[in-house]
Write a protein of this length. Structure first.
Length: 156
């Protein structure tokens, strides 16, 4: 896990490797800024978590690179948090899916790979062969693997 503090003077997401989770604490207290994500096709199973620390009106914009979109848009505004993963040469902000924010999620362990979801949907599953890792299956049939480390208790 990598922890980065981002603000207008330092808005570069670097220092991660394959299968890392990158937590970016973003502070726009002194002004608005833009975060450019790395090339999506060069990022291997990396999860980017963006958390806004300030409560100012200053914009924090997250955007893809070279025409790569986030949920089909050129950029997203960071209001509170975003969980961004690369897939299919673009990015997806998982925090925008209302079911992730408003309801509980039960994942049945040990299932086989599920069928491809309908257009506009993502299936989330765990096959248990990879421990507690999660898999996201997209409507085009591609799969994103999110490796998870065991939680040992205590404050997060």
């Amino acid at each position: 896990m990598i922890l980065l503090n981002l603000d207008p003077s330092n808005a570069v997401v670097t220092g991660y490797g394959p299968n890392d989770t990158v937590i970016c604490l973003c502070d726009a207290t002194i002004g608005a800024f833009e975060i450019s994500l790395p090339e999506a096709d060069g990022v291997e199973n990396v999860t980017f978590i963006f958390i806004r620390k300030d409560t100012t009106e200053n914009a924090i914009t997250i955007k893809g690179r070279n025409g790569q979109n986030i949920n089909g848009a050129e950029s997203i505004e960071l209001n509170e948090h975003a969980i961004v993963i690369p897939a299919n040469n673009s990015y997806y902000d998982l925090s925008t899916f209302s079911s992730f924010r408003t309801s509980s999620l039960l994942i049945k362990e040990g299932i086989e790979e599920p069928p491809t979801p309908p257009d506009g949907y993502i299936r989330l599953y765990s096959d248990r062969a990879h421990g507690n890792d999660l898999f996201f299956k997209f409507d085009d049939g591609s799969i994103y693997h999110l490796p998870l480390n065991p939680f040992s208790g205590g404050a997060i």
